[in-house]
Design a protein around this ligand. Structure first.
Ligand code: NAD
Length: 255
């Protein structure tokens, strides 16, 4: 991809699943990668893996739902790697629960991580991007945010809101050459998916039901997403902003 070498990318939730695959790919493209994750051991392991492959990376332990912690973590990683060119808002969390059984504490937790988290991170980097004359923000949203996912009602709302947030901010900062786009995965084989569907016979049944709904006949793998993220961070995507692209095996098809 053009224009990525030696630029800095921050990847929230970059220590696991889709985020880890994105962190590794952006490092392979020559970017210096800041892994921003709640899980210290996993973040350290991700950085070690990237460095062992010849890439440049560092990490910060941060809870994206805490704005003050986010500001401090961004300042710290930028002091080590340099100013952020690309932010990948990937970290997210949910646990399947029928909406009628959920409580205000649960809604607040889901909103804090999945909706406010990306807002906190974006706010912490976007002023610097605008002042420096450009930057990219990629949101790993979800097809749940486009069509809804049963058992993930509040999470689906957060992902839909993230898509609208990205579009609105894309308008506001377009003349500063800060471009924002969303990538929407479908069901994907990650540790989150294992926790979501469970393991054993019951988990297998749920996975098979998911596969039956996907035209391409499989669920996603973490490596299905980093190519588009690298493109969106690159010079090749310099006329693309405010867009939402699904990578979900044809599960949803949008005009
Ligand atoms: P994962 O659980 O494998 O990895 C998530 C990472 O985010 C973990 O390293 C975790 O420590 C980190 N994290 C969680 N909460 C955090 C917080 N508050 N602050 C900082 N880091 C935090 O998840 P995944 O399946 O790779 O999901 C990545 C993204 O893709 C999420 O936004 C998720 O909503 C989205 N997504 C996943 C699927 C799927 O089926 N796996 C489908 C659609 C969208």
């Amino acid at each position: 991809m053009r224009g990525l070498k030696d630029k800095v990318a921050l990847v929230t939730g970059g220590a696991s699943g889709i985020g880890l695959a994105i962190s590794k790919r952006l490092a392979e493209e020559g970017m210096a990668v800041g892994v921003m994750d709640l899980n210290k051991d996993a973040a350290a392991a991700a950085v070690e893996e990237i460095r062992a492959a010849g890439g440049k990376a560092d990490f910060e332990v941060v809870d994206i739902s805490n704005y003050e912690a986010v500001k401090a973590a961004v300042a710290s990683i930028e002091s080590k790697l340099g100013p952020t060119w690309t932010l990948v808002n990937n970290a997210g969390w949910d646990t399947p629960t029928a909406f009628l059984k959920t409580t205000p504490d649960f809604w607040q937790k889901i909103v804090n991580i999945n909706y406010l988290g990306p807002i906190h991170m974006t706010h912490a980097v976007v002023t610097g991007m605008a002042q420096r004359g450009g930057g990219r923000v990629v949101f790993i949203a979800s097809d749940a945010g486009r069509v809804g996912s049963s058992g993930e009602v509040v999470y689906s709302g957060c992902k839909g809101a993230t898509i609208s947030f990205a579009k609105a901010l894309a308008r506001e900062v377009a003349r500063n050459n800060v471009l924002l786009n969303c990538v929407c995965p479908g069901p994907t084989n990650t540790p989150a998916m294992d926790a979501f569907v469970g393991t054993g016979e019951q988990g297998e049944k749920i996975r098979n039901a998911m596969v039956r709904g996907v035209p391409l006949g499989r669920i996603g793998e973490p490596d299905d997403y980093p190519g588009l993220v690298a493109f969106l961070a690159s010079d090749d995507a310099s006329f693309m902003t405010g867009q939402t692209v699904s990578i979900s095996g044809g599960l949803t098809m949008h005009g």
